[in-house]
Design a protein around this ligand. Structure first.
Ligand SMILES: C[S@@+](CC[C@H](N)C(=O)[O-])C[C@H]1O[C@@H](n2cnc3c(N)ncnc32)[C@H](O)[C@@H]1O
Length: 278
């Protein structure tokens, strides 16, 4: 564990967590991203921060997988726009008619596009309609991003997903992104988002995360906002909150025999669904 990892490399970690229980996460392709550097990193992370992180990330994937699948089957969405997509594999898990826009830093997108192409050529992955966009959310590039997305999206009904990303951004970047989402979407379209609430800050497990991260992850100098309270989503212009879950409620739902209990030991993320009202 000599080298620090870059923020974008956390995407490998999320994928490795998801592959730890395919039955729960429903992600049968996450294992394709497995590599020895991530394996070593994870071992250290699970013992130093929280042993439940692999399990909770499976719950998160399962939740969004089920919710997006439902909306797609009911013809409520035609497109998934994944902001900070990392190596998530929703395009291959969901119905082939869904169109995808995958957005992340160039390091992730270039690598992901190349790998996906190879795996598709080798018939390890099914063909899907995927558009890729490189960007950096801290670069105030919304105008270009909006026109690039609009040129693909046109009138299609979208689900915007931003999971495991806001924690790495500043408050200002987060506000600009949600304003961008408002411009991208029309009435009836949805957002799925994930964030920590302020109450996590004082828990022993969050303090361990901070300690581990300061030692092992290269910082985004602009990030000042690790947490977002539910009120932010309640007051979001032109959106209404339609669902709010956390790892405790999701574990009750998907693994009732293994429901999570200890608030001090779980890095509890909150998952929200929002619907555009205007
Ligand atoms: C923990 S990973 C989560 C990836 C994916 N959403 C998932 O759940 O599997 C965080 C992702 O956010 C992306 N990210 C973080 N800061 C970013 C920024 N400023 N601009 C674009 N992407 C960013 C990283 O590159 C990485 O892919």
């Amino acid at each position: 564990m000599k080298n620090k990892i870059e923020i974008q490399e956390t995407a490998f970690v999320t994928s490795a967590f998801r592959s730890s229980d395919e039955e729960l996460s429903k992600d049968i392709y996450a294992k394709l991203w497995q590599n020895s550097k991530t394996d070593a990193w994870i071992k250290n992370y699970l013992t130093s921060v929280s042993k439940d992180e692999a399990f909770t990330h499976c719950l998160r994937n399962r939740y969004f997988y089920e919710e997006i699948k439902k909306l797609s089957e009911n013809d409520e969405i035609e497109m998934l726009i994944n902001f900070g997509c990392g190596f998530s594999m929703y395009p291959f898990l969901l119905n082939e008619n869904l169109i995808h826009i995958e957005i992340d830093k160039s390091e992730i997108i270039d690598f992901k596009r190349e790998k996906i192409k190879k795996w598709q050529e080798a018939n390890e992955l099914p063909k899907r309609k995927i558009h890729y966009i490189n960007t950096d959310f801290s670069q105030e590039n919304e105008k270009n991003l909006l026109s690039e997305i609009n040129s693909i999206k046109k009138e299609k009904k979208s689900f915007i997903l931003i999971e495991g990303v806001l924690y790495f951004l500043s408050k200002n970047d987060t506000n600009r992104l949600f304003e961008l989402f408002r411009k991208i979407q029309t009435k009836g379209e949805s957002i799925g988002t994930v964030s920590f609430e302020d109450s996590i800050l004082e828990t022993p497990v969050f303090k361990r995360l901070m300690h581990f991260q300061n030692k092992k992850v290269v910082a985004n100098q602009r990030a000042d906002n690790h947490t977002i309270n539910g009120d932010f989503y309640n007051h979001l212009r032109d959106y209404k909150l339609t669902d709010h879950q956390d790892y405790f409620s999701l574990s009750e739902k998907y693994t009732p025999k293994n429901a999570l209990k200890n608030r001090d030991e779980i890095l509890n993320e909150n998952m929200y669904l929002l619907k555009k009202t205007n």
